[in-house]
Design a protein around this ligand. Sequence first.
Ligand code: SAM
Length: 207
Amino acid sequence: MADTKNSGLSPVFPKEDAARPEFWEKRFRPGFTPWDSGGIPLALESFLGREPRGARVLIPGCGSGYEVRAFVQAGFETLAIDFAPAAVERARRNLGLLAHVVRLADFFEFDFGRSFDLIYERTFLCALPRRLWPRYALRVSELLRSEGRLAGFFYFDDGERGPPFGLKVRELEALLSDRFERIADAEVGDSIPIFAGKERWQIWSPR
Ligand SMILES: C[S@@+](CC[C@H](N)C(=O)[O-])C[C@H]1O[C@@H](n2cnc3c(N)ncnc32)[C@H](O)[C@@H]1O
């Protein structure tokens, strides 16, 4: 609803908040998804090729869910979540017989009932307003087993505005290094143009 309290002449609309599902719903419904890679990043493919079968992975903020099939085919017990109904619908459509792997759930609220061996990150942290980043770090550490890992793609950029909200130099260390140590870090060569040169593949393990 428009907030007219401060305005003498015209209504002031509340700023959109990327912490709310409506923000993402408004983008998925009309198909405005510029972050969508349309496929599986190479670093993930090669990571999955080296992983043992049978581990349990969480994919938070899965969007269109392309990676879900890759994790299932690599033998992972896979759970993908998104809190925007339109994203869940899209992922389920893409996944066909694997649609049941995707659930409508809020990463911060859902009771997962057990821990994970792996949490996969791609354009989820950078989709969250920065005020939620400490909660993200805490939640990831709560949801991972002590030998678990946080693995995926992290977006670095100096700009203030978002989403995507970029990590500044050393900001990811500041956020994670109390609870995690970084065990892998590599350039990404196959980013889509909006992320080109700004993404790194990293793996973090609880201390
Ligand atoms: C930029 S999109 C990225 C989607 C997907 N990871 C990809 O790479 O295409 C961010 C996604 O995170 C979801 N999201 C944001 N906050 C969430 C939360 N608290 N719980 C679950 N999903 C959330 C949004 O609905 C959106 O689908």
